[in-house]
Design a protein around this ligand. Structure first.
Ligand code: CTP
Length: 409
């Protein structure tokens, strides 16, 4: 049997990027031989094994044929006769379809190295279309390597467009889509992911609520970029520049969905878009079964981002309601993420990327003021149950009044 390093490990070494996990392909071996050598099978009928010591993945060279819709609809053919070239041709991109033997010799039948140099994300063969998830993968690689100058080859974008129009994307499971989306959002240029999905018509299938933001104007005084979709991309870009976590990036992507619902007659104003957007945010959250912390933050940021921007003008009672809505006493981190999402929203505007955002520290100070109200003295005064809750609120309101006065003095 011959063993080759394949996929991302070869690509990233040639790009001079750190290689984290290594995938291997085994040519000329059978399942029985793998088991006899101590490799552990990953699944019952999937020709992938884990190395007994390193735990790395070793896959038997295989061909794949699509036998139906969706991810389940695959038949694999793995046998000692399948060649390296046959295994490589079923892969997604030329830059992912190179193999390296243990002397570092490259097998590159589909010109991955040439495309690496040309900075092109190009599909290997028509077999690309067998897995619609690849539309998201290509967009994710575009987001990752945009900084190096990579773009999607026009013929690959065409194929992605055909896949998007074919209805195949609808057959993807929430889990597979979310895995790609969440990884893409954590790349250096997540806005490129959304842009590429848009360019091939996939955004309109996957998250039409975001697609609907493009072409919707906002008041120029607050939004020099005018377009709500362009603004959303800039907010996401800022979130990545400021190294924000996934929760914040997800909230940034969805924060303005309500603007897509505004009747044209009301443009460029978007009255109550924060509330109107909530059912859309909920729908997108559920469509991809986003993790609970992502879902919660997206809804809270959607509902309260305007409060964040107006923090310095808020009455102490409104500030208190805001803090209560976030349960800031038990969930301080979530409120911090909200503040950061608001700041990204403020900076994700043309020409305003460097603006200061005093609202952030003001909100942090308010949270600290409310949190310093101690429960113990109230317990000692005999408050319990709902009365204790009311007393705490009164004390917190006092603390916030004092905080606001001190801040404006
Ligand atoms: N692959 C594919 N189509 C998919 C998934 C994977 O062709 N839908 C192939 C590609 O050759 C890819 C390899 O399997 O390079 C390994 O896949 P994976 O580990 O998901 O991706 P990597 O390319 O290693 O990239 P990453 O750095 O994102 O892990």
């Amino acid at each position: 049997m011959q063993i080759y390093k394949v996929g991302g490990a070869v690509r990233d070494r040639l790009l001079g990027k750190p290689v984290t996990d290594i995938d291997w392909v085994v040519v000329g071996a059978s399942t029985e031989e793998m088991l006899a050598k101590g490799y552990r099978p990953v699944g019952a009928d999937f020709p992938v094994f884990l190395h007994p010591k390193s735990g790395e993945e070793y896959a038997l060279a295989r061909t794949e044929r699509k036998s139906g819709r969706g991810y389940g609809g695959f038949t694999f053919h793995a046998s000692p006769e399948v060649t390296l070239e046959e295994d490589l041709i079923r892969r997604d991109l030329t830059i992912n379809a190179m193999a390296e033997d243990d002397h570092g010799r490259l097998t590159d039948p589909y010109h991955g190295q040439r495309d690496l140099e040309a900075r092109l994300l190009r599909h290997v063969s028509p077999a690309f279309a067998e897995d619609p998830l690849r539309v998201l993968r290509v967009a994710r690689f575009a987001a990752r390597y945009a900084g190096l100058g990579f773009t999607v080859a026009p013929e690959t974008l065409d194929l992605m467009r055909q896949l998007s129009e074919s209805g195949e994307l609808e057959a993807l499971t929430a889990e597979r889509s979310w895995k790609e989306i969440s990884r893409a959002l954590m790349e250096d240029q997540p806005h490129v992911f959304i842009q590429v999905l848009r360019d091939c018509g996939a955004l309109n299938v996957l998250i039409p609520e975001v697609e609907a933001l493009f072409g919707v104007p906002q008041p120029e005084a607050h939004h020099p970029e005018i377009d709500s979709g362009v603004h959303t991309l800039s907010v996401l870009e800022q979130a990545a520049l400021h190294k924000q976590p996934l929760t914040v990036r997800w909230a940034c992507l969805l924060h303005d969905l309500g603007k897509g619902l505004t009747p044209e007659s009301q443009w460029p104003r978007h009255i109550a878009h924060e509330h109107k957007g909530l059912r859309l945010i909920k729908a997108v959250n559920e469509r991809f079964k986003a993790p609970r912390d992502c879902q919660e933050l997206a809804l809270l940021v959607g509902e309260y981002h305007t409060h964040g921007h107006r923090a310095l003008e808020l009455k102490p009672s409104t500030l208190l309601e805001l803090l209560q809505s976030f349960d800031v006493y038990r969930r301080p981190q979530r409120f911090e993420e909200f503040i950061n999402a608001c700041e990204m929203d403020a900076r994700g505007r043309k020409g305003l990327e460097q603006r200061s955002y005093p609202q952030a520290d003001y909100l942090r100070g308010a949270a600290t003021a409310a949190r310093t109200v101690a429960v113990q003295p109230l317990l000692e005064l005999g408050f319990k149950g709902p009365e204790l809750g009311e007393a705490l609120k009164r004390e917190r309101l006092k603390a916030l009044k004092a905080y606001k006065e001190a801040a404006s003095a």
